[in-house]
Design a protein around this ligand. Structure first.
Ligand code: 5GP
Ligand code: ZN
Length: 112
């Protein structure tokens, strides 16, 4: 497959899903950095959040709202982090837009 997250969105590669709608899927990160580490993606391919917000702002808003749903489902009332990495300097490693939802422990700031 050319894009691993497109394949997850189509259900071709198994993922540990915590939330799914017709347009969005949220699933657990393969290499979790916190007790909760969930990735929220649109099923349609956009390379990063800039591409998504330019081409489909309505879907961008839905993706952001889905991070709130994940936090509620995961019981992150004490706080959590929503982050998206963009480009080489941003540390992006999968070129299909995703929000990370991290929580379940006290997180440090700033990132490296
Ligand atoms: P990025 O580095 O692009 O911000 O985040 C990519 C994330 O995707 C990483 O945290 C990495 O662990 C996760 N990841 C990469 N491949 C897979 C996969 O096949 N399945 C799952 N569940 N997570 C993946
Ligand atoms: Zn993709």
């Amino acid at each position: 497959v050319d894009c691993i997250f497109c394949a997850i969105g189509r259900g071709e590669i198994p993922a540990n899903a915590v939330f799914e709608s017709d347009e969005i899927v949220a699933f657990r990160d393969l290499d979790p950095q916190a007790p909760t580490h969930v990735l929220v993606i649109p099923k349609e391919h956009f390379q990063d959040v800039a591409d998504l917000s330019e081409r489909n702002p309505q879907l961008a808003a839905k993706l952001l709202a889905a991070t709130t749903t994940v936090a509620e489902l995961e019981g992150l009332a004490d706080g959590y982090r929503v982050v998206t990495n963009l480009g080489a300097d941003g540390g992006q490693s999968v070129w299909h837009v995703h929000f990370h939802v991290l929580g379940g422990r006290s997180l440090q700031w700033p990132p490296g």
